[in-house]
Design a protein around this ligand. Structure first.
Ligand SMILES: C[S@@+](CC[C@H](N)C(=O)[O-])C[C@H]1O[C@@H](n2cnc3c(N)ncnc32)[C@H](O)[C@@H]1O
Length: 220
């Protein structure tokens, strides 16, 4: 028996993914009004990311089902006990990672989200999954919330907040990533400085494009 494949987590994830499928960000008037060029500019911007995510605050924007499964497998395979997640949203990826911690025998997942309404929604989902004891949800910009009280050692890092900040968030936790720690970055192609950094063995990483969406790296 695993936490990920049984109630309450499995049916909750199934419902949340179905709800996310039914609610496209394109249904947001503010987002729909943007041209493709403007969307790409906002995704890459280190200044305007708050406006972008404010316009998307009612949308779950989860990792794919497959990426969620991959996160669970990676956290189990590395016997992770200490996980940091950038970008909580409605908590779908959080549920996968916290379920892995439960099945690994316990641990601590620190996750950060700056949209207050999303913090309320994610907290309710984590509670409904019976995983609240494993998750510390920090409300605020991860560039601030990850500046203090991080574990000495981090086993797994998920980067899924503002794409332009991946390199900056990595810099905040880099010294704590243990050798063998896994970094999964969703849609990293919007963050060339992150890709350049993890592409260099001299910087202490080995990396691959796992899928079109997912960059998978290991701390050497
Ligand atoms: C793609 S969604 C995350 C989806 C989530 N990982 C999942 O799979 O369910 C990105 C989230 O990151 C949040 N976010 C973006 N930049 C952030 C920042 N600098 N600090 C905290 N949260 C941020 C956004 O508000 C949004 O909810």
């Amino acid at each position: 028996m695993t936490t990920i494949s049984t109630a309450p987590v499995a049916p909750l994830l199934d419902r949340l993914f179905r709800e996310a499928d039914a609610a496209s960000p394109l249904a947001s008037p503010a987002f729909e009004a943007l041209t493709t060029e403007e969307r790409i500019r906002l995704m890459r911007s280190k200044d305007d990311y708050r406006d972008l995510y404010a316009s998307l605050k009612d949308f779950a924007l989860p990792v794919s089902r497959e990426t969620g499964q991959l996160l669970y497998i990676l956290a189990r395979a590395t016997r992770a006990r200490s996980i940091v997640e950038f970008g909580t949203s409605f908590g779908l990826s959080t549920l996968h990672l916290a379920a892995a911690l439960r099945d690994n025998g316990g641990g601590r997942l620190i996750t950060s989200e700056f949209e207050p309404s999303k913090v309320v929604i994610a907290s309710a989902h984590i509670a409904a999954a019976g995983l609240s004891d494993l998750v510390e949800l920090r409300e605020g910009d991860a560039l601030e919330t990850f500046r203090h009280d991080l574990p000495d050692t981090i086993d797994l890092l998920l980067l899924d907040g503002a794409k332009s900040l991946y390199r900056d968030v990595l810099a905040l936790v880099e010294d704590r990533l243990r050798p063998g720690a896994v970094i999964l970055a969703d849609n990293a192609d919007y963050c060339p400085d992150f890709l350049e950094h993890v592409s260099s063995v001299a910087n202490g990483y080995y990396t691959m494009s796992f899928t079109d969406d997912v960059e998978l790296s290991i701390r050497l």
